[in-house]
Design a protein. Sequence first.
Length: 295
Amino acid sequence: MQAGRRVMAFSLALGCAAAMGAQVSSYGDKTVGTNTGDQLPTVLQKVQVSQHLNAQLPLDAPFVDDTGAPVTLGKYFDGKHPAIVSLVYYNCPMLCSEEMDGLVSALLMVHLTPGKDFQIVVISIDPSETPELATKKKAFYVKRYGHPETADGWHFLTGQRPAIDAVAGATGFGYVRVPGPDGKLTQYAHASSIEIATPEGKLAQYYLGVEYSPKDVLLGLIDASGNKIGSPVANILTYCYHYDPSVNKHSLIVARVVQLGGIATVLSLGSFMFVMFRRDIKHDLEDDDIDRRNG
């Protein structure tokens, strides 16, 4: 009986944690394509990723690479190898880091080599960011990838608004500047995605969100290397959005923190209930054995 009560208690705790996670998720990152009934803030209605498959990237768009050298986007498309393209901004307080972490995690399981089999091109959407900042970000993610010999395959670019908007327009990447804590337009509302482009710079595949299947990324790179254009994917978007214009202040988005805390709580409860359940069974068996011997 005690074991049964503990199982019921664990089930109730699990249900409460799941309900808590669902409630907080509706406050944090908003998604399109889910039946939550939430209304997107007005600013986010302008922030979408339109999948422009087979569109040509502007290879003549001028940028500055992470060494401070002027380059054009076409430098990274040699007609032989595909490229992964990501639009972020390096001072992004949350989502861009998760996107890059997701990309690195996927690439660790993709048996292709950056710089040899494909290129990685990361472009800042913030024209105020500098090559020095790009250098730091590159060093951080190459170190996290764990293969310093592939550094020549990672390219972190900065540029001015016309070049940034040319790439954003070609990829269908919508973003909006929003007031920062000091009232200046220093932060951006945007969605999260990476794109794979063919060796000629045509968009071959989109991956949305912040977690990417290594198998899908591998197949996307292989297909793109053969100039094969993929199919549209489900348009479920994760947004980076830190400004609430209705109250004119920034708020900390805690959805992911609470979700992780909920997972940890469930795991802890599960471990505790498992130990107590086993102990109760042991005691019940001992009691039955005593009854049999006394009977």
